[in-house]
Design a protein around this ligand. Sequence first.
Ligand code: ATP
Ligand code: MG
Length: 342
Amino acid sequence: MRTAIIEGDGIGKEVIPEAVAILDYFNETYDWGIEKVPVEVGFGKWERTGSAITDEDIAVLKSCNSILFGAITTVIDPSYKSVLLRIRKELDLYANIRPILPIPGIYKLLKIKDRKESDVNMIIVRENSEGLYSGIEEIGDEKSTTTRVITKKASVRIAAFASNLAAGAERKNSLTVVHKSNVLKSDKLFLDSCKQTAESKGVNVSDKLVDIFAYDMIMTPEKYDVVVTTNLFGDILSDLGAVLLGSIGLAPSANFGDNQAFFEPVHGSAPDIAGKGIANPMAAILSLKMMFEWMGKKREACLVNRAVSAAIHDKIVTPDLGGKYSTKEVGDFILSKVRQLD
Ligand code: ATP
Ligand code: MG
């Protein structure tokens, strides 16, 4: 098993080492045989070499089973191509998964009283390969257009992925298709493909228009289990979902293709706090937890979750959660808890 480690730029360089320390602990203690493959891509590399990611980097990533990724700074420069978009395309990472599951104790810490942690347990599944991010654009001074592509193939593929998740042991076998097919006729194909696929798998399926869903997911999150949607809607809704987690610094994500799995915190490189040692490492650590789940290491995933929850309970947290601890102190505490619970 080969795991690529991409720290990337900004706070990616600070939070990923805290996750890797936990990976190292289990890998060494239990002889998991994971080979770590460091890969340097991103803005820093572009500044130094003129290229943010090379063909060789892509080849190395393709040779790995999984990838743990920090964050990359994307600058507006015609010669700078988005590294993430290229990785997503080349590895065909078509399913973006964001669990919206609050860490036990976080609402108490943040004094959130108007909702209950136990009401929030949903997964947003975003189609990652087409939709409004098709890349088909005509840009002019008077008129610019972007083509929104919906194919039956990609819709069925993502619906099958989401349905399998919904049918999983810890879920409620319920899938909500989020769309805007009353206005966007292209969404009729998405909606129909998702419904048929879910029904064929015996999953209870319903649908919701995206605008009302955005309101509903915050007001009554308990109504939702697995949610599947198109690329742009998924992008926006999954950031909105971080509200239910308490902080963007707590939101992990995964991207799956048929051959590789890619795990990353939802947040970006946060240049405003980079280098200060105050970034919250929990999103990166919870992304590692998702990697453990994907590897079938359920027990270890659960230990990581309990250790993060213990840090929150003991208020060993970074300034974004109202604490005074550094990235490293929080990471060290979580690792020591993992060891203790193991
Ligand atoms: P990028 O251009 O790389 O996406 P950004 O400026 O958009 O970077 P994000 O990382 O997306 O920054 O997050 C927005 C803000 O949220 C940051 O400026 C930062 O203040 C805060 N933030 C994000 N991640 C964390 C974290 N892990 N810990 C603490 N604060 C964070
Ligand atoms: Mg950002």
